[in-house]
Write a protein that binds this ligand. Structure first.
Ligand SMILES: [Zn+2]
Length: 106
């Protein structure tokens, strides 16, 4: 409930993808969240815990799993976490360019 500014600026929240490090509108990114039970994808963006964002594609997921996700979430990914996130990644488009052509499953 911070009341720093009285102005209402229509601002699109930006987040950094931990995979490719580019900024995107929050809505274009998939939230990953650290919970006491491990790291999960959080498509609703409503789970409690420290979150990190990636573009919803396998390329950025793989890059994130290379270490930057662990840094962002300040945790170590267990083998289980990795497996779970990779499974999640199978639902995503393989590459960034293909996001716009989503639905064109080969
Ligand atoms: Zn990315």
């Amino acid at each position: 409930m911070a009341r720093k500014k009285g102005r209402r600026v229509r601002h699109i929240p930006q987040r950094t993808c931990v995979g490719c490090r580019e900024h995107s509108a929050k809505g274009d990114l998939l939230r990953l969240v650290r919970t006491p039970d491990g790291v999960f994808a959080d498509p609703t963006g409503k789970m409690n815990g420290r979150g990190a964002y990636i573009h919803a594609n396998q390329e950025c997921l793989q890059a994130a799993l290379g270490g930057s996700l662990e840094q962002a979430l300040r945790t170590s990914l267990s083998a289980e976490d990795r497996e779970r996130l990779l499974r999640e990644g199978e639902k995503l488009s393989p590459k960034r360019e293909e996001q716009e052509a989503a639905g064109e499953a080969a």
